[in-house]
Design a binder for this molecule. Structure first.
Ligand SMILES: Nc1nc2c(ncn2[C@@H]2O[C@H](COP(=O)(O)OP(=O)(O)OP(=O)(O)O)[C@@H](O)[C@H]2O)c(=O)[nH]1
Ligand SMILES: [Mg+2]
Ligand SMILES: [Zn+2]
Length: 358
């Protein structure tokens, strides 16, 4: 199904729309000590940021030379209006590891300064616990509150089995049903957007992120297109992240939505406590193992393997967690190696140059 073509920029909204600026951001902006106003990045296009200063003014454009900008960021543009000079420290960010580029570990922030992260899965595909677990690790690490939304509820008669499978790994995060086509669950989703708050939607291509946003923003602004019949895979219709205004409606406030392109791989970026939180059930069990350094393999008094034997814990979940912990360790090792080589370069730079005349 196709709707109107993508808007090149978010539509101009009324002047009572605030962009999500808060006291917390103000303090961080002051800390930069730069006497220029900050604007919010609404879109990125090949090295250019669209920067909004007010919802009823067209955004300015600036180059992102050397600045690792994400949609949702608050930035300060150089005095000649050319490029992004500073990024105001983010209060939250959904960050994954960028595609493996040689050996370099690089972060890719998909959305910044977000209050809620919606992890979108479609009911028309078999529930994918492993993907959800990874997304939850990143969501917990983002600093925003995660919610799981299962879309296309209009296409399935009995979603109970899918809900159960995903709830088993949802770590207490709410699971909601929605349909961007029938409107089912849209009001509930909308009620999660706080005053001037920002909600980012993330998930594989074709799960219905843009369709949900079009249902939330009455009179839809985004392009969507059908999934492939055979495997329900999307066609990567959304190609750039975009900040979209969600106008006030009866009983609800203005807010902001971030549409994102579907990502195939959810690779970890250095996590704070994301793994502990996404696998809280396993960590709770591990607290009861006899040995503090229990590997949950063949150790006596292991509460984790006992739970697996007793059918309370799925062994695939333990495997998945071990894999994520290993991935995190490998990433940390890479980062340490990178820091070291950077230090070495720094030292070389500081070494005094031999004076050619002597
Ligand atoms: N029946 C039904 N179809 C839906 C629903 N949500 C999305 N679709 C359809 O699924 C297809 C993909 O939807 P999109 O909204 O483009 O998916 P997306 O997640 O934005 O995909 P990318 O932009 O590629 O990441 C479109 O044909 C939509 O019409 C839904 O709730 N019910
Ligand atoms: Mg889309
Ligand atoms: Zn153990």
């Amino acid at each position: 199904m196709e709707t109107a073509d993508i808007s090149p920029e978010p539509p101009l909204l009324g002047g009572d729309f605030r962009l999500g600026w808060t006291d917390r951001l103000e303090a961080r902006w002051r800390a930069l000590g730069v006497d220029r106003r900050a604007g919010r990045v609404s879109r990125l296009d090949r090295g250019w940021s669209s920067v909004m200063y007010a919802a009823d003014e067209p955004p300015a454009r600036a180059r992102n030379i050397g600045a690792d900008v994400a949609v949702g960021d608050w930035v300060i543009i150089s005095s000649d209006d050319e490029r992004v000079d500073h990024i105001v420290e983010r209060f939250s960010a959904f960050t994954r590891r960028a595609s493996f580029d040689g050996n370099r570990a690089e972060a890719h922030t998909i959305a910044a300064n977000i209050d809620t992260v919606v992890l979108v899965h479609q009911l028309t595909s078999p529930p994918n616990q492993r993907r959800l677990e990874r997304e939850l690790v990143l969501a917990f690490d983002s600093g925003a509150a995660p919610v799981i939304v299962l879309t296309k509820s209009d296409l399935v008669d009995d979603p109970a089995a899918s809900i159960e499978v995903l709830e088993a790994v949802a770590s207490g995060v709410p699971v909601m049903l929605a349909s961007g086509i029938s409107g089912d669950g849209i009001d509930e989703l909308r009620s999660l957007v706080r005053d001037d708050g920002t909600m980012a939607l993330l998930g594989a291509s074709g799960v219905g992120k843009s369709t949900l946003i079009n249902a939330l923003v009455v009179g839809g602004v985004l392009r969507t297109s059908s999934v492939r019949e055979g495997d329900q895979r999307g066609r990567h219709t959304t190609t750039a992240c975009e900040l979209i205004g969600l106008p006030r409606r009866q009983g609800s406030e203005n807010g902001w939505l971030i549409d994102t392109p579907g990502v195939r791989a959810v690779s970890l970026w250095s996590s704070g406590h994301g793994i502990e939180r996404a696998f809280a059930d396993v960590f709770d069990l591990a607290d009861r193992c006899r040995f503090r350094d229990c590997k949950h393999e063949n150790e006596p008094g292991c509460a984790v393997t006992a739970a697996i034997a007793g059918g309370q814990l799925d062994p695939r979940r333990l495997d998945a967690m071990k894999r994520l912990v290993a991935e995190e360790h490998a990433l940390e090792a890479e980062q340490r190696a990178q820091d070291k080589s950077q230090d070495r370069r720094g030292v070389r730079k500081q070494r005094p140059r031999p004076n050619p005349r002597r």
